[in-house]
Design a protein around this ligand. Sequence first.
Ligand SMILES: Cc1cc2nc3c(=O)[nH]c(=O)nc-3n(C[C@H](O)[C@H](O)[C@H](O)COP(=O)(O)O)c2cc1C
Length: 193
Amino acid sequence: MNTLLVYAHPNPLSFNAALAKVVQEEISKLGGPIKVKDLYAMNFNPVLSEKDFQGYHTGQVGEDVKQEQADVAWADLVILLGPVWWHSVPAIMKGYIDRVFSIGFAYKYTRQGPEGLLKGKKGLLITTSGSDQKAAEKTGMLTTLQNSLAGATFGFTGFQEYKHHNFFAVPTVSDEERKQMLTDMRELIKNFA
Ligand SMILES: Cc1cc2nc3c(=O)[nH]c(=O)nc-3n(C[C@H](O)[C@H](O)[C@H](O)COP(=O)(O)O)c2cc1C
């Protein structure tokens, strides 16, 4: 199974960086190839431009988007990993979705309604939050992430199967609990990949 890990965190010493390492280790143990898109390290341009817009409709997308789309097309499993920022993901990841999951590549509109073009793939959205589960449920954060990210990207573009998992209260739990989260991350990959 070809895996694409799209990862967004500016700090290489963050908990998210530890999760990204664990994902790569587990996928490698399963024997499948993995490509990693560390969006901050790549200095990925997240701004969907006028040129991008024209490109989508003429089939002439720029080289950076073309390369990312080739890697999404290559992947059987796409993993989006990052912290929750304002009930969403960091803007650099949002911009990656804006530019790469574009019309004509990831979906199209038909008379019968929108049609996803990325059929047969699996998607995993992994997020970490400052909020604990109770607070996240109370504010609707979990439902927002499920609908606006997992549903609106993987679901809308035709993925066969997708899942969202959030690790709660990351900054305030104990080191032991964070270690357990890394173990849980390993299990999640084993069970889903
Ligand atoms: C700009 C910004 C916005 C944030 N917004 C939220 C939020 O909406 N909900 C939440 O639960 N935590 C929020 N947080 C907390 C982060 O999600 C949390 O610190 C992070 O997941 C911990 O992982 P890390 O140590 O890898 O950064 C925010 C943090 C930052 C820096």
